[in-house]
Design a protein around this ligand. Structure first.
Ligand code: SF4
Length: 292
C-alpha cells in the first residue's frame, strides 16, 4: 500500500484490510472483486491484484512462508529488486540494501555526484564489508529509508543535525552538484464517451480500452485525441483535468442518452454499486451528477 502512497493515506485502508484478512490464508481465499473493493479509492490497483496473487502462491507453494532466495522472491507477482531486497532484510536479516529514490539521493550526496553518474550496485558491492558490519540488517535498511526521508531530504537536507556530515562530500564541498530536474509530465488530451440510460440512471462502462492504463477496469469508452472538436451524435458535457498513474489527462467529456447497451459494455448505476469502481470512474460519475 505504501508504494506511491503516503502513510497517512494508506493507514485507514491498512487497518480495514487487516480486519477482513488478518492472515495470509484468509487473503488467499479471497477474490479479486473483494480485494479491489477493500482497496477502492487507494489507486494503483495492480498492487491489490499482485498482493492477492502472491498470497495464493505463498499459501499453495511455500507453506504460507516467504521464500528465502532472491530468485524465488522475485518470481512473486509485483516484486522487483527493491521489494525483494527489503523483504530479505526485514524477514531474514540478510545483508542487503533496498535501493529507492531516497537511498540513491543519500549516496549521491555523500559522494557529491549526480545519481546518474554513479553505479550504486558497484559501490555497495565494493564497500559491503564496512556497510554490512552491523548484524542489524533490517534496521539498517529501515534506517537508510528514514534517513533519506527525514534528514537527507530531497529539498533542504538537514545537514546541521546530520550524524555523518563529517564524511559527506556534499556538505563539505563548496561546489555542490545540482540535481537535474525531471522533465515535466506531458499532458495528453482524451475524449470520454458516456452513454446514459436516463430512465434507469445508469451508465455504460467497458473494460475494452487499449490505453496501457485502466487495464481491466470498468470505464466509459475513452480515446486519445489531438484537439477538442464537435463529435457527431455526442453532446459536449465538460472539460476537466485529472492525473492517473503518473499521467496528466486533459479530458473532454461527451454524453448521449440511450437505452441501448453498446457492445462489450455493462450498465452501472450512477449512484451506488456493489462492484468495485475505481476512483477515476467515480470522478466521471461526479461530473455527470446533474443527470441524477
Ligand atoms: S550532511 Fe547533509 S547532504 Fe550530507 S548526508 Fe547529511 S543531510 Fe545529506
Amino acid at each position: 500500500m505504501l508504494q506511491q502512497t503516503q502513510v497517512k493515506t494508506a493507514l485507514p485502508y491498512f487497518k480495514n484490510f487487516l480486519l477482513y484478512h488478518p492472515t495470509l490464508e484468509s487473503l488467499s481465499k479471497s477474490s479479486e472483486k473483494k480485494v479491489l473493493k477493500l482497496w477502492e479509492g487507494l489507486g494503483y490497483y495492480r498492487r491489490a491484484r499482485n498482493l492477492l496473487a502472491t498470497a495464493k502462491i505463498l499459501v499453495k507453494d511455500y507453506n504460507s512462508k516467504l521464500p528465502n532466495k532472491m530468485i524465488d522472491i522475485k518470481k512473486l507477482p509485483g516484486i522487483g529488486d527493491y521489494t525483494a531486497n527489503a523483504l530479505l532484510a526485514f524477514v531474514y536479516e540478510r545483508p542487503t540494501i533496498a535501493i529507492d529514490g531516497n537511498v540513491r539521493r543519500v549516496f549521491s550526496r555523500i559522494l557529491n555526484k549526480r545519481e546518474i553518474s554513479i553505479d550504486l550496485i558497484k559501490i555497495i558491492d565494493d564497500n559491503k564489508k564496512s556497510l554490512f558490519e552491523t548484524k542489524r540488517h533490517s534496521d539498517f535498511v529501515e534506517a537508510l529509508m528514514e534517513f533519506g526521508a527525514l534528514v537527507c531530504k530531497p529539498k533542504e537536507p538537514a545537514c546541521f543535525k546530520c550524524n555523518i556530515k563529517s564524511a559527506c562530500k556534499y556538505f563539505k564541498s563548496a561546489k555542490k552538484f545540482k540535481k537535474i530536474k525531471k522533465s515535466q509530465l506531458l499532458e495528453k488530451n482524451y475524449d470520454i464517451f458516456c452513454c446514459i440510460n436516463k430512465v434507469k440512471k445508469k451508465i455504460a462502462l467497458t473494460k475494452n480500452h487499449n490505453l496501457g492504463f485502466l487495464d481491466n477496469f470498468f470505464f466509459p469508452p475513452i480515446k486519445e485525441t489531438k484537439t477538442k472538436k464537435k463529435i457527431k451524435n455526442w453532446n459536449f458535457h465538460s472539460n476537466f483535468k485529472n492525473s492517473i498513474s503518473n499521467k496528466k489527462l486533459n479530458i473532454n467529456l461527451y454524453y448521449k442518452y440511450s437505452s441501448k447497451l453498446p457492445i462489450q459494455s455493462q450498465w452501472f448505476s450512477l449512484k451506488a454499486n456493489d462492484e468495485f469502481i475505481p476512483s477515476f470512474t467515480k470522478k466521471i460519475f461526479k461530473q455527470l451528477s446533474n443527470f441524477n
